[in-house]
Design a protein around this ligand. Structure first.
Ligand SMILES: [Zn+2]
Length: 108
């Protein structure tokens, strides 16, 4: 028997998790439902300076974010990087970036 909350395994005969006080289940639901986070892109830029600034704004607000792709500081090939955050932080992140007045995609 397993606790669906803390995922601890218990011996037969136990029907309630003493820690979480929830009924045990015979099998855990597939996949870690609590840890799965869907990520969405909130910012795209080809400018590494703007990218770093945007990232620090988000991190300063306590939003966990990561960068997908990279900005190539090359005169001829400018790459594009995306800042991705968890879906739950999407609205906050977008609003923050709007308030900070970054212009995505603007780069020379
Ligand atoms: Zn439990």
């Amino acid at each position: 028997m397993f606790c669906p909350e803390c995922r601890m395994e218990y011996v037969e005969g136990v029907f309630l998790c003493p820690d979480c006080r929830v009924p045990l289940v015979a099998e855990l639901p597939p996949g870690p439902t609590t840890e799965f986070v869907e990520h969405v892109t909130v910012f795209t830029t080809g400018n590494s300076v703007i990218l770093a600034m945007a990232k620090s704004v988000l991190e300063g607000a306590g939003i966990r974010c990561f960068v997908k792709g990279e900005v190539l500081q090359d005169l001829f090939r400018i790459g594009t990087a995306e800042i991705r955050v968890g879906k739950e932080d999407e609205e906050r992140a977008v609003r923050l970036l709007q308030e900070t007045n970054f212009s995505p995609g603007e780069g020379e």
